[in-house]
Design a protein around this ligand. Structure first.
Ligand code: GLP
Length: 245
């Protein structure tokens, strides 16, 4: 596991985007695993800049997103499809049909989840997966629990996640209670993983991962320790509790 602690969010985004740009330049047919939330925005901005100013080419790239709220269609401003289109896809030359975000309105959700994992495999698997982390240590929408889902599944969101994510909705009542989320093995199958975390509110979750050699399903992101190519990029605030312990 490689760890970078950067001074601030800008430096974190710079570091993450450099790694991604290098990978995209090396492999035109790259399959990207993408995350939503506020954390990767700075990274997406830099990738867009590299596309506009240096011609970074996404024409043969594909992407798979980690998750989506059940019940929201892609036109809903709080859906992850809407976020991805607006924050990233609309500004680069990726074919929309090469971008996959789970469909929160799929008719048969369980069948659809299986199909999503199949689709990732059919496309050769994810080359590089970007992850953020929830304040409770979740990745994607894999919430802390005695047992974790291995494959893409329908998951129930924790109250704390609903509260955290309500800032992206008009009111907390609007936040869906369930989501489609890639499972822990779907994520661990990625060839390379980059986990990003910034801000004080992530410090505790990060310390629960970094200050010991253990894994726990109560801290889903700790399972990343099982992967052989993980890079964690934090800012000073997200590292503060690890430093203190
Ligand atoms: C959501 C997403 C996660 C994301 C997390 C952190 O719950 N499902 O993929 O990592 O939020 O979000 P933020 O980056 O806004 O802190």
């Amino acid at each position: 596991m490689k760890l970078f602690v950067e001074k601030n969010y800008d430096d974190l985004s710079e570091r993450a985007s450099k790694i991604l740009i290098e990978e995209i330049e090396k492999n035109k047919n790259i399959v990207l695993g993408l995350a939503t939330g506020s954390t990767p925005i700075g990274t997406y901005k830099r990738l867009i800049k590299a596309h506009k100013e240096k011609g970074l080419d996404f024409s043969k790239a594909k992407s798979f997103n980690l998750d989506e709220y059940v019940g929201l269609n892609g036109n809903h401003p709080s859906s992850y499809r809407y976020y991805m289109d607006n924050e990233f896809f609309n500004h680069i030359n990726i074919g929309k049909s090469n971008t996959f975000v789970p469909n929160g309105k799929a008719e048969n959700l369980e069948e659809y989840c299986k199909e999503y994992d199949r689709l990732i495999e059919e496309n050769g698997g994810i080359d590089i997966q970007i992850l953020g982390i929830g304040t409770n240590g979740h990745i994607a929408f894999i919430e802390p629990s005695e047992e974790l889902v291995t494959c893409t599944s329908i998951v129930k969101l924790k109250e704390s996640t609903i509260i955290d994510n309500s800032r992206f909705f008009k009111s907390i009542e609007e936040v869906p209670k369930t989501a489609i989320s890639m499972g822990i093995s779907s994520i661990l199958k990625a060839k390379k993983i980059i986990l990003l975390a910034n801000g004080k509110n992530k410090a505790n979750a990060m310390a629960n991962i970094l200050d010991n050699d253990k894994i726990s399903t109560k801290v889903p992101a700790s399972l990343l320790k099982l992967h052989s190519d993980v890079t964690i990029i934090l800012d000073e605030e997200a590292y503060s509790e690890t430093r203190r312990r």
